[in-house]
Design a protein around this ligand. Structure first.
Ligand code: ZN
Length: 159
């Protein structure tokens, strides 16, 4: 049997994609110039709203669509905000709103947070994903498609 390459995005196809994400017209994320991303479709390697908008697109096709928080990075969780004493931060960390931090939890796993407020003796941290609760406007172009190899499907990543 002859191997045929996919003509459109479907499950288990490796998608090469260039993309730009804008929020209120401002670019918040994009693939690097000339360096599209690659992922296996249908494996949840990218957010659900992006994956579901790509089904059926062929190589060279472009599409614009909006991904809601439910299909993106989730809603803002008001419980994911914590006040921490200023004294718990090393001196070299700039304590200003907007600063992104990489912290370690009790198990030593890395967790991301950003500072939303600073007072004389405490720092307010937001552990929500920076893009939670936001409608994301995508502008994508499918650069190439190919069938994932059995090994790639087994490993769950692109070789
Ligand atoms: Zn591998």
């Amino acid at each position: 049997m002859k191997e045929t390459q996919p003509v459109m995005v479907e499950d288990d196809v490796i998608v090469t994609l260039s993309y730009t994400v804008t929020v209120d017209g401002e670019t918040v994320d994009s693939s690097d110039e000339g360096e599209p991303i690659e992922f296996i479709q249908g494996k949840g390697m990218v957010i659900r709203g992006l994956e579901s908008a790509l089904y059926g697109l062929g190589a060279g096709e472009r599409r614009k669509f909006t991904v809601s928080p439910a299909e993106g990075y989730g809603e803002q969780d008001p419980d994911a905000i914590a006040e921490v004493p200023r004294s718990e931060f090393p001196d070299e960390i700039p304590l200003e709103p907007g600063v992104e931090l990489l912290l370690k939890d009790e198990d030593g796993d890395e967790i991301e947070a950003h500072i939303i407020a600073v007072s004389e003796d405490s720092v307010t941290l937001d552990f929500n994903h920076p893009m939670a609760g936001i409608d994301l406007d995508f502008n994508v172009e499918v650069i190439a498609l190919r069938r994932a190899t059995p090994e790639e499907l087994d490993h769950g990543h692109v070789h």
